[in-house]
Structures are given as structure tokens and as C-alpha cells.
Design a protein around this ligand. Sequence first.
Ligand code: AMO
Length: 433
Amino acid sequence: MSFPRKTHWTREVTAELDGKEVTVAGWVWEVRDLGGVKFIVIRDREGFIQVTAKKGVTPDPVWNIIPTLGKEDAVVVKGVVKASRIARAGVEIYPEELHVVAKSKPLPLDIWGNVETDLDTRLTYRSIDLKRPENSFIFRVESEVLRGIRETLYNHGFIEVFTPKIIVTSTEGGAELFTVQYFERIAYLAQSPQLYKEELTASLERVFEIAPAYRAEKHNTNYHLNEFISVDIEEAFANYMDVMGILEDVIVNVYDRVNKYFGGELRKNNIEVRIPKKPFKKITYDEALDILEKRGLKVNWGDDVPKAGMEILSEEIGEPFFIIHFPTDLRAFYTKPLDQDPKISESFDLVINGLEIASGSSRIHEKEMLIEALRKRGLNPDNFASHLMVYDYGMPPHAGWGMGLYRLMMVLLKRENIREVVLYPRDRFRIEP
Ligand code: AMO
């Protein structure tokens, strides 16, 4: 099949191109037939463009094909740009060639916004569901968010790394691991790159990784999945305060970029992206418990702040904020206790709109102390031999955090269910498509 190649995204066809020849490609959104004039609205990833055919002007082969077009047929149109006061976008294309490169059957769900489809059905037909512009928009934004994250981290001297996802030791607690039959032995899917990223601070100093993490949690909530993208950093010669500063920069840059590139589209969908101000407010775990008690929610010292508590705190504070100094026993073994009060730790969570977006800490960098911390949690140091070895050879003080990309997308785009911001979500009941 021969057809001309796309020269412009629909969004790039503007009135300034008046009189120029372009080729666009996409899918038939709608056809309006007014007899002597026929309109085809074509959608591509970036938007829409109107193609206007006129009897006696448009070449016959093109004119004759238009009545056979169906919604979602894939087409390539070559034609001349015409600035127009009537067309919705102020511009239209007068077609010279129209190639139908694939026909479409009627869709199993409505992408035109006339009928709302429940999320479960949408996910079953996810690739079709993504033809709806409001849905594909999420993933255009996500890509820009990733660019913003990477840009900020590169500016801070971090380099991107990849660590294994098939592992043999647990990092965040044994109960949540998926097992993998790895030839003759049992291995696990990584819950987090935690130990590797810490080890890498002894050579590469500042590393980040953006990769899937796997958790065999049986949660069935709107903000947990069994596979999610974790944005992880680890920095040598730094503590929790330093890496909180980097997290603030990441968040502010992401909000700024999304506002800059997608502000118009967001406003159309009534989504306001308020760029948070640095430094973010920090409250201690103890202060958080006090606030919650005053608001009628009693959390016992040593327990995690429940989701309802995070929501109350967000109501009180409004902006993104950190909870710092969690009880040491509440955090993973690698978390560094405060020198002056070892019951509490140099740890933090970032909370936005009542949702935990990231968590991190200073880490223990002395071997004996780390072994002690493993033992205290009932873990066998022998199982961590290859990790502990690194601590014999100049392990620098270090700190880092892990941020859930999808949680960030939820709060950024004000979505209630994490599944909406994931292309092909994996939860306890769904591993297809
Ligand atoms: P934590 O377990 O808090 O910390 O995870 C870090 C962040 O990842 C996101 N997250 C999830 N997102 C979707 N579904 C899940 N099931 C899920 N679990 C976690 C959250 C969370 O804040 N190693 C540490 C990080 C560190 O200290 O560097 C860790 O994994 O947004």
C-alpha cells in the first residue's frame, strides 16, 4: 500500500500555513455531508483537523470515497491548507488525495463522549478507550512529567541507572513479594530498587531509576496497584533534608512544565494546576498526630498515618507538605534513626491532596548498625551478605526517596482512581490486557 507520509500533526496545521501543501494522518472522527460540501474531521494524537471537500473542486476519486468513510477508519490526507473563519480551528484542509489505509468496525465503546462507559469495560478495551482524546491526554502529560523529572535530576548531577527486577532478597518486607520460577530456584520480582541504589552511591554517587516495582499486596484500593512505576533517587554525601529539597524541585518543575505545555487543555477540562511554592511545609509525625487528634482521629504513636488522616492533614495545610520524623520501627530497616533520639528516624513522606506520593530517608551507612537493624526486624544478615559487603569499602552517608509516578499523575490530573492514569493496570483481579 502506498501513501504519502505525515508531514504535520493536526495541531501544527495553523492558519499561517495558508496555501501550503501538507499531509496529515489519523482517524475519521466524524463525517458531515451537506450535499455539495462534505466535512471530515480527522483526529490524531495531538488534536483534530477539518478536511473540507467541495463538489467540482475536490478531485473525483477523493469526493467519491467520502460517503464510504466510517468512524475510526485510518486515513492519510494530502491537501492544501486554507485559513478559514468558519472552521472551528480557524483552518481547514482542501484534500487532493485521500487514502483509507485501514477500515474500522463499529467500536465496542463510545469515545465521542455521548455515553459514559464504566472503568472496568474501558480497561478491557483499553487500546480503544485510548482513542478518546481525554484519555490519551493523560499519557501525553505523563511523558512530559517524566521529561521534567529527568531534567531536574540531571540538573542536580544525577545519572539514570537500571537495576535488576529479578532478585533474591526482600527490601520492603517479605510478605509482599511475587515469586518467580527462575530455572531451578525461586526468585522474586523487585518491590523497589532500594538496596541496589544504595550500593551505587559508593561509586556513581547520585543515581536515579524510573522503573516498574512489584508488590504482591492484596489491597483493593483506588491508589494501590501490584505493578507501578517507581521514581527512585539516591544521593551520596547527603541526608534526608537534602533529598527533600530535590523532591521539591522535581515537583515544582513538573507542575510548571505541565502548566506550560498543557495549561490550555487542562483549563478546558476544568483542571487547575497550582504550582506549589518552595520550601514545602514540614510537620513532624508527632505534630501530625496532634492535629489529627484535635480533628477527632486518634492514631496511636507507632502506627502509620491512615489515608483518612492524610486527607485531614491536606485539608488543614492545603499545599503539598512533608511529614517528617516517623517512628524508626515503622520504617524499613535501612532507615537512619535520629542521633539524639533513636526512637524516631530521619524519614519523610510527601503528601499531596491527601495522598502519599513519595517516601524517603537518610540511610544507615555503618555496617554494624545496619546488621543490628536487620536483626531487630527478625531478618537474617546472612541473606544480605552481598549488600553488606559494600559497607566495608567506604560507604558514604547517603539518602534518597521513592515516588509513585501514578500517584503523582492522580493528584496532578485530579483523577480518583489510579487505574485511569495507567495504560494497562495490574491489580489483584486484572492481568489482561
Ligand atoms: P514506599 O514503599 O513508600 O517506599 O514506596 C514509594 C512510593 O511508591 C508509591 N507506591 C505505590 N504506588 C502504587 N501502588 C502501590 N502498591 C504502591 N506502593 C508504593 C507511593 C510511595 O510513596 N524504598 C522506599 C523508597 C525510599 O526510601 O527510597 C519505598 O519503596 O507513592
